[in-house]
Design a protein around this ligand. Structure first.
Ligand code: NAP
Ligand code: HSE
Length: 462
């Protein structure tokens, strides 16, 4: 609480009648909540609602009460904050119950989550969701549906776990023009890459740990193949660039192709490898891509480790701004979800529901093809160690108009089929158009000295 100069407390609620007005509006009745799902996030939500009940009721103006909890398996062990008499396997007991004011969807996926959210909206209920998969595919339609019904659809938990990135873009930066978003958006990928780099853990072992810690999706291929970060980038592009884009428009690659050798070479060149989501507003089009990226070791995102996420925003007026914190897990995500519950409950209790999406303008915008982006590249070739190979590599790149900044050869890394050694040739290019780099790699792929597919990672200066 702020203090006045004399030391007495300053009332931050300047309308002394506001709380009693709210109580009159609803007759002081609690906000009744229906929870769809009680797994990692749902369990965290129940814990926070129970542990902070008094404080939350004070902030909402009325108590927040969980009336029903929908799951698949009634027998499964759950958090102790759950009153098991609330459990049901019938979601209609939440979405069709007129006494329920607010539906919290933390089950994930498309079916049945989407239909349940739509039904809850149609019945005039506020909705809170952490489902980025659904928002990436149907966010604009769901927001329009909520707007038409004058109810709120809130989704802070969908991107960046506990970090307040949705509010930052929707409210704090509403007055600016966001030109660029560079972000670490998947806690599982960042945890795996950090463990592989710092402890030498295998990919599989690090993924198992991330799953045990509650970071990974029910289907972890969504994490490690980059789709979860792409879904989150689409949600951010909706708010940052007012864009409705299709997931097919976002170039997406995951972290499976990164080998221990790539961490070593990246380090030698002064970089670290991060799984980045990058969005740029180029005016007539957008650049949207998700992929492993080499970034300088001293850059701010290079030092975001483990499950931490970070979003580096660049606003035309505000300049660079960083939001940083735990990007996955039960309680961090529950903080975002419960803050949304509080916001939506407060709006319902105050009789002003439907304000969350007001003034939001989202329309289809074209995305620049990957071949047209300009970047620097890390290229690793496993080649036969014989005279002329280095020259052929440099020649193919030069013929395509791609200039080399640095080059190293190291090996032998393995025994070749004929007993001859294979070596790694690793190079860093100057800025080049991706289409030109690809045409050089097509020419190199026809060479007999190449032992393995080329490893390509983009480099950002972030
Ligand atoms: P989870 O642990 O797998 O929990 C899902 C819950 O939903 C479970 O309780 C499950 O019931 C229930 N459920 C799923 N399908 C159902 C169906 N058809 N009918 C009834 N109940 C159903 O998943 P989670 O990690 O909590 O994630 C939930 C959502 O939050 C997802 O959209 C996810 O992407 C998002 N999210 C997760 C995190 C994170 O760190 N985990 C962070 C941000 C956002 P049973 O328990 O009976 O199986
Ligand atoms: N599976 C997601 C991650 C959860 O690892 O980031 C948070 O959205």
């Amino acid at each position: 609480m702020q203090k006045t100069e004399g030391g007495s407390p300053l009332n931050l609620n300047p309308e002394p009648h506001a709380a009693s007005d709210r109580r009159r509006l609803r007759g002081g009745a609690p906000i009744q909540i229906g929870l769809l799902g009680c797994g990692t996030v749902g369990g965290g939500v129940l814990r926070l609602l129970a542990e902070n009940a008094g404080y939350l009721a004070e902030r909402a103006g009325v108590p927040l009460v969980v009336k029903r909890v929908v799951v698949r398996d009634l027998e499964k062990e759950r958090v102790s904050a759950l009153d098991r008499t609330l459990l049901t396997t019938r979601p209609e007991e939440v979405v069709d119950d007129p006494a329920i004011d607010l539906v919290v969807e933390v089950m994930g996926g498309d079916t049945p989550a989407r239909a349940l959210i739509e039904r809850a909206i149609d019945r005039g209920k506020g909705v809170v969701t952490a489902n980025k998969f659904l928002l990436a595919a149907h966010g604009p339609a769901l927001l329009a549906r909520a707007g038409a019904r004058q109810v709120d659809l809130a989704f802070e938990g969908a991107v960046g776990g506990g970090i307040p990135i949705i509010r930052t873009l929707r409210d704090a930066f509403a007055s600016d023009w966001v030109e660029r978003v560079t972000a670490i958006l998947n806690g599982t990928c960042n945890y795996i890459l950090t463990q592989m780099r710092d402890t030498g853990a295998s990919f599989d072992a690090a993924l198992r740990e991330a799953q045990a810690l509650g970071y990974a999706e029910a289907d972890p291929t969504l994490d490690v193949d980059g789709h979860d970060a792409a879904h989150k980038l689409i949600v951010l592009a909706m708010l940052a660039f007012g864009a409705q884009v299709d997931s097919d428009d976002v170039h997406t690659s995951g972290i499976r192709s990164i080998e221990e050798a790539d961490h070593r070479y990246a380090d030698r060149f002064g970089y670290t490898i991060k799984h980045l989501a990058i969005g740029r507003d180029l005016g007539s089009s957008l650049e949207l891509r998700v992929h492993p990226t080499l970034i300088p070791k001293q850059s701010v995102l290079a030092n975001v480790s483990g499950v931490l996420n970070a979003v580096l925003l660049e606003g035309r007026a505000v300049g660079p701004s960083l939001v940083y914190g735990r990007g996955a897990g039960d309680l961090p995500t529950a903080v975002s979800v419960v803050s949304d519950i509080l916001d939506v409950a407060r709006s319902i209790a105050s009789g002003v529901a439907g304000m969350q999406g007001r003034g939001m303008s989202i329309k289809p915008r074209p995305v620049r093809p990957l071949a047209e982006i300009v970047s620097r590249y890390y290229l690793r070739f496993a080649v036969e160690d014989r005279p002329g190979v280095m020259g052929r590599l440099a020649g193919a790149l030069g013929d395509a108009g791609v200039s080399i900044e640095q080059i190293v050869q190291q090996g032998p890394t393995q025994a070749g089929a004929a007993g001859d050694a294979a070596v790694d040739v690793v190079l860093i290019t100057h800025d080049a158009r991706e289409g030109l780099v690809r045409s050089a790699l097509d020419a190199i792929a026809r060479e007999h000295f190449l032992r393995e597919p080329v490893r390509l990672f983009r480099i950002e200066g972030t």
